[in-house]
Ligand binder design. Sequence first.
Ligand code: ZN
Ligand code: ZN
Length: 245
Amino acid sequence: MTKVEAPSLAWQQYTRRVVGSFVNFFFPPVCANCKKTGTLVCAECAGRVVWLQEPLCPLCGKEMDRSAACCYACMKRPFPMQQIRTAVYFIQPVQTFIHKFKYENIFALAQPLATWMVQAWPSWQNPIDLLIPVPLHQDRQRARGYNQSELLADQLSKHFGIPLATNALHRIRYTQPQVGLSAVDRHVNMAGAFVADADLVNGKHILLIDDVFTTGATLSAATEILLTAGAQSVSGYCLARAKQR
Ligand SMILES: [Zn+2]
Ligand SMILES: [Zn+2]
């Protein structure tokens, strides 16, 4: 039986660029939020995006009233991630952009959305050796056709010249969607969800990339596995932060 390999990310992107330039010619892009013709993210919608502002908790990256060693939540129960940062708040119009990016196949949004992550790129406690996108379970990735976090991480890798590893972390358990679960249930739901390749992560300072930060359960589960596999440190950078915790 012939083994059919999934096309490489580079090839998929090349194909998308070629197809995309034809599509753009005949169907100019419209803003994924307000439908104005011109770009996928129009200037007006981009202007409504709410960015996280200093002072931030040095650990979890949550906005604080004044500078401190860490926020109350981190004092009580610190995350295994060395640092967590997020570019923008997960409120409108960002929610719509991310929804279209994830569920409505508008993968070209990776470029403008990653630009926000580039603009808000934090100074990391350690130089980052490796970017790892939070993986989807292969069944979910097959159904969706792409991993939105991988598309964001790929843009960041190209911009900053930091290697991207898409094979270092795998999701081995099909977890139920986290929406509607409490923080504790989210941690239980994620337990044992990932496996890491020690050869690729050993001794490395890793930055996990994801689209939305809610309770940190997904990043924490991935981080614990990466640290067990020998990673030197793991931090997390997400495009958008839900207004909680
Ligand atoms: Zn718009
Ligand atoms: Zn904190």
